[in-house]
Design a protein around this ligand. Structure first.
Ligand code: FBP
Length: 551
């Protein structure tokens, strides 16, 4: 095996822990706070989670722990999209488990939640774990998007865990996976099974956060990676002064990634889906605004720029949201019939006939390639896969059309030459920043303490994250406290609320205060590559979003 010098150096990196977690493991004890309640839908949630509702918040403090060295076996699963730091959650868990009792074991379920259902596991050893410390990716055990959501699946999970003598499962996932983890915890409890379920907050999208979870892991590294690339493109744009770059950024729903990258790089323009939705901005209006910026800059001799486009934008534009919802329903209800249509012409003719008048108009006004992308396979939830819709190209095409008109009217004489980019996969498996290395290791270490404290239905929580790591607070949050009831596929379901960008909070307000200046002048900033070694302010700075939120 050949290792790059950075890989070797990262293997040797010792992640920082909150001060309490650096104590000898048998001198850390749980401290229970007040009973918790969710902000809404209390009756429904209490009825659905009789065994795990209302549990107290937990933190950890110094004290004699006489039970921590009990032998225990834990299974861990990675669920959903990759996020830098996942390997360290497992390394942190493993180190804590072995520190408490070297005879305890940690198993990895292979390929995501389906690894539990199919009983595919590996048993971690020191040598195996050491190959993955402080590295990006989820290849340590692989990930998958199978949902654990039926009683039948839960019964299989119980059988598999019993067969392997597994006492607890750590589910590392996003909002849906942690919701399902809480339902599984409740299932085990109500079936008198002693198997515990603990979650860890993962997703580069940054939309699993609330008053108790300050940020999901991976957001820090992914946004720094994209910002480096955006900064490089800005320098290129500013050097050649001949291209408008339209950059689509991952983030299936929320625009946290686009907003954070905008704060780090000060682009010419950045669209924020949540603002588009609140203002009910139509596609035409979005394009008109971009055209205004292109024309203004051109009049000042700046025929170049950088525009950030969040991946989920298309679903937040009012007429597109209705169109996509109609398409999802139509395609779900006529899945077999739809499969029989072999040509795109046949499909689009049938779609146009079956849609409402407004949606049919919206659909037919889109370029062919976008229409095709809207008809592609749905994800396991029946939703359109926004990462495969080339919104950045759609915007370029529409801006070009409008500029052509202006040119023919003689009101625009500049040149508009464009380049399109999509940054998503580039950032999901990067070497985790020091922040994500430390945060993830702490989340995993802390998850063991929750399990060893006999808890279930909790999410591992590390808070006070804008402070240096030794001042971070370790604890656990009952998942039911973060839930509410939402309509999902025609049914009311308990779910962890997805955190979208809040327009009245500091990160968005800071962006909104500056964006006019950013397009009127050229204010690009160049964050450069993630630094792992060097001065604190260069290597250990959290995201601007986190700093502004906690200022
Ligand atoms: P998670 O929510 O599972 O963390 O995944 C988020 C994400 O990275 C989105 O930003 C993106 O839309 C999606 O995954 C892409 O999924 P896939 O890896 O299946 O192409």
């Amino acid at each position: 095996m050949h290792y790059s010098p950075l890989q070797k150096a990262r293997y040797a990196y010792q992640p920082k822990l909150p001060r309490t977690l650096t104590l000898p493991i048998d001198t850390i004890v749980p401290v229970f706070g007040e009973a918790t309640e969710p902000a809404a839908d209390r009756e429904d949630l209490h009825r659905l989670f009789p065994g795990t509702y209302g549990m107290p918040m937990v933190s950890f403090a110094e004290g004699r722990n006489t039970t921590i060295s009990k032998k225990i076996n834990i299974g861990v699963v990675l669920s959903g999209g990759q996020a830098p730091g996942g390997h360290n959650v497992i390394a942190g868990l493993y180190d804590a488990v072995k520190r408490a009792n070297p005879d305890s074991e940690v198993y990895g379920f292979l390929g995501g939640p389906s690894g539990i259902l199919e009983n595919r596991t590996l048993r971690f050893t020191d040598e195996y774990i050491d190959e993955y410390r402080n590295t990006g990716g989820f290849d340590i055990i692989g990930s998958g998007r199978t949902k654990l959501e039926s009683e039948q699946q839960y019964a299989v999970c119980e059988q598999v865990c019993k067969a392997l003598n597994i006492d607890a499962i750590l589910i590392i996932g996003g909002d849906d996976s942690n919701t399902n983890a809480a339902v599984l915890a409740e299932y085990f409890k109500s079936h008198d099974s002693k198997i515990a379920v603990i979650g860890a907050p993962k997703t580069i999208d940054g939309d699993l956060k609330n008053s108790s979870i300050e940020v999901s892991f991976g957001f820090d590294t992914a946004t720094k990676t994209y910002s480096e690339l955006i900064g490089n493109i800005e320098r290129d744009a500013n050097s050649a002064k001949k291209y408008w770059h339209f950059i689509k950024l991952m983030g299936r729903s929320a625009s946290h990634i686009a907003l954070e990258c905008a704060l780090q790089t000060q682009p010419t323009a950045a669209l924020i889906s949540e603002e588009v939705e609140i203002n009910k901005t139509t596609l035409k209006e979005i394009v008109a605004d971009l055209v205004e910026k292109v024309v203004y800059r051109s009049s000042k001799g700046m025929d170049f720029g950088v525009v950030l486009v969040p991946e989920g934008l298309i679903e937040f534009i009012p007429e597109m949201k209705i169109l996509i919802a109609e398409l999802n329903d139509l395609m779900a209800a006529n899945a077999d019939y739809f499969q029989t249509m072999t040509s795109f012409e046949e499909q689009s003719e049938w779609i146009n006939r079956s849609l409402s008048k407004d949606s049919s108009y919206a659909f037919s006004s889109l370029p062919n390639n976008i229409q095709r992308q809207l008809l592609m396979d749905r994800d396991p939830h029946g939703n359109v896969q926004v990462s495969r819709i080339e919104t950045e190209k759609l915007l370029i095409e529409m801006v070009e059309d409008s500029l052509k008109k202006l040119r023919s009217e003689g009101t625009y004489t500049g040149s508009f030459s464009s380049q399109s980019h999509f940054f998503g996969y580039e950032g999901r498996c990067a070497f985790p920043s020091n922040f994500d290395s430390d945060y993830c290791y702490s989340l995993g270490y802390n998850a063991f303490l929750l399990i060893a404290s006999g808890l279930t239905g909790y999410i591992s929580s590390i808070s006070n994250l804008s402070a240096p790591a030794d001042q971070w607070q370790a604890g656990g949050i009952p998942v039911t406290m973060m839930m509410n009831m939402e309509q999902r596929h025609g049914e009311k379901k308990p779910v962890i609320k997805k955190a979208l960008v809040e327009l009245d909070e500091k990160p968005f307000r800071t962006f909104a205060e500056h964006r006019d200046q950013w397009y009127k002048e050229t204010c690009f900033t160049f964050p450069g590559a993630i630094q792992y070694y060097g001065p604190d302010e260069v290597c250990n700075r959290p995201t601007t979003t986190l700093i502004l939120e906690q200022a």
